[in-house]
Ligand binder design. Structure first.
Ligand code: HEC
Ligand code: HEC
Ligand code: HEC
Length: 424
């Protein structure tokens, strides 16, 4: 029996025992107090609704709860996890398919404990382990905002998860291991902005949900906060002391990147980070500023050092592709379009241990911004073979990034291509 199976069996047993205990009423879990639910509320103070709207933007509720071309907040956005596909729920106030019949206490319980009013566990693809640390007054504002949206009478698609991960009861065990909602006490030795940023990063903005490494049970690795993780097939880079950015991030650059999706000294948000910056672009600037202040305080002030290596012979095909196809926009080592776009030499993707993000951007490009103007790059999945993509990635890695080529680029390019083709 493998270790993985042993642990799954252990979790199942634990979850089963807990379920039994709860059934017998011998223990009362923290959220039992919420069980006697009151009626849903529909009338709120306008100021509370406005505060909830601002919080929802920082928490990215709409980006993750809206399917491509779907109705806002009606759910159906597909999240790829190692265990299968999880769809976000309808969180409009529709009484049948949304949260229209939920009381404030029901909502707080879902956000903090990951449990629905029916007592069903929610998957942590919904980052309730972060939302659990929000203040009650912030939760009430979010509730007010959601309950005053237009109800959408539509059911989100059912999740497609492998056994045994389709058993929600397993999450009882997961929560015991990984749900640790200690409140965030302000640190008096820091500014108000820094403290606000820290509160948002560790709760509502759930930056670590992507930027922190996870173990194979999808629990976050303890003491590795913001050290870099995986998100939907992309690397979420380290955004603390371990940042590999060749140009150290400043508070001002972070603020620009987070609020516009691109910073001239670094690059553009291209993958899952894009929906985060889309949300933050409409969020209160003071909150984005606070997040930037806090993250900048974690980042290194000098670029990381790397051992020098001997250049390999450039691949003729890769060089021809880069100079023929890419140079129109990316002058090699020079800013694109006369300084309008960042230099590839500043790209963190070319510095990462894994070629993932460089390959993802080559495959998918950079979608046109919703506003029409802004950075755009075509995807090359239909033009280049997976092998050519890998060669181009390594050409850039070596000749622009100044690093030893990745040894797993071809495998990764094939894998990413297959994953993207099977994407939900
Ligand atoms: C990273 C994506 C993501 C983000 C961001 C996110 N959610 Fe969710 N949410 C989900 C998923 C996925 C589910 C369904 C989980 C499941 O099926 O167990 C869910 C479920 C919920 C539920 C339970 C609904 C039900 O019918 O059971 C509520 C309430 C909720 N989210 C509210 C919010 C709010 C409020 C925000 C913003 C502060 C938010 N979510 C942000 C992904 C997300
Ligand atoms: C139509 C113009 C255009 C073309 C053609 C183009 N790119 Fe891009 N590319 C961009 C823009 C704009 C960005 C976003 C700015 C940034 O992130 O540096 C970008 C980003 C990138 C990035 C990510 C940099 C980062 O931030 O991590 C890589 C890598 C890249 N391009 C490589 C290529 C390669 C290789 C080719 C040719 C096969 C190519 N591009 C063709 C415009 C283009
Ligand atoms: C849904 C997952 C996800 C969440 C949530 C998320 N990020 Fe990211 N982030 C990524 C990914 C993936 C990348 C790199 C690729 C890309 O452009 O998407 C990235 C890139 C970044 C970068 C660029 C780093 C570099 O050196 O190039 C910064 C800075 C950043 N994120 C900060 C944040 C902050 C601050 C938050 C919280 C407000 C946050 N992220 C939330 C997934 C996420």
């Amino acid at each position: 029996m493998t270790l993985k199976r042993t642990v799954i069996a252990g979790l199942l047993t634990l979850a089963g025992l807990l379920a039994l205990l709860r059934f017998c009423g011998t223990i009362s879990l923290a959220h039992a107090a919420f069980a006697a639910t009151t009626q849903p509320r529909t009338r709120f103070d306008a100021a509370l609704i406005a505060r909830g709207r601002a919080l929802a933007l920082v928490g990215n509720c709409a980006s993750c709860h809206t399917a491509p071309n779907g109705a806002t907040l009606a759910g159906g956005f597909a999240l790829r996890t190692p265990f299968g596909v999880i769809y976000s729920d309808n969180i409009t106030p529709d009484p049948e398919f949304g949260i229209g019949s939920w009381s404030e206490a029901d909502f707080a319980r879902a956000m903090r404990d990951g449990v629905t009013p029916d007592g069903e566990h929610l998957y942590p693809a919904f980052p309730y382990n972060y939302f659990a640390r929000m203040t009650k007054s912030d939760l009430d504002a979010l509730y007010a905002y959601l309950m005053t949206r237009r109800p959408v009478h539509m059911q989100a698609p059912a999740n497609r998860l492998d056994f045994p991960f389709n058993l929600r009861v397993l999450l009882t065990g997961w929560n015991l291991l990984f749900l640790n909602p200690s409140p965030i006490a302000p640190r008096p030795d820091h500014t108000a902005a820094w403290n606000r940023g820290r509160y948002l990063v560790k709760s509502l903005a759930h930056c670590g949900a992507c930027h922190t490494p996870r173990n194979w049970l999808q629990g976050e690795v303890a003491d590795a906060g913001l050290e870099g993780g995986l998100a939907e097939g992309w690397t979420a880079p380290a955004i603390n002391q371990k940042s590999l950015s060749p140009v150290p991030w400043t508070q001002r650059e972070l603020e620009t990147y987070l609020s516009t999706g691109i910073d001239a000294q670094h690059g553009a948000a291209a993958g899952p980070m894009r929906i985060v910056t889309d949300g933050l672009s409409a969020a209160p600037r003071s909150d984005v500023h606070a997040i930037a202040v806090y993250i900048a305080s974690l980042m290194p002030r000098t670029p990381p050092r790397h051992a020098p290596f001997t250049h390999t012979q450039p691949l003729a095909t890769a060089a021809a592709i880069v100079h023929g196809v890419c140079a129109n926009c990316h002058g090699l080592n020079a800013p694109i379009a006369e300084g309008r776009w960042p230099s590839l030499a500043a790209s963190t993707s070319l510095q990462e241990t894994s070629p993932r993000n460089t390959i993802q951007i080559l495959e998918n490009g950079l979608p046109l911004p919703k506003t029409g103007a802004g950075p755009f790059m075509p995807g090359f999945a239909n033009i280049l073979s997976a092998r050519q993509v890998a060669q181009v990635a390594n050409y850039l890695r070596e000749h622009v990034g100044g690093r030893k080529p990745w040894s797993d680029a071809t495998d990764m390019a094939r894998r990413i291509r297959a994953e993207n083709q099977n994407a939900p």
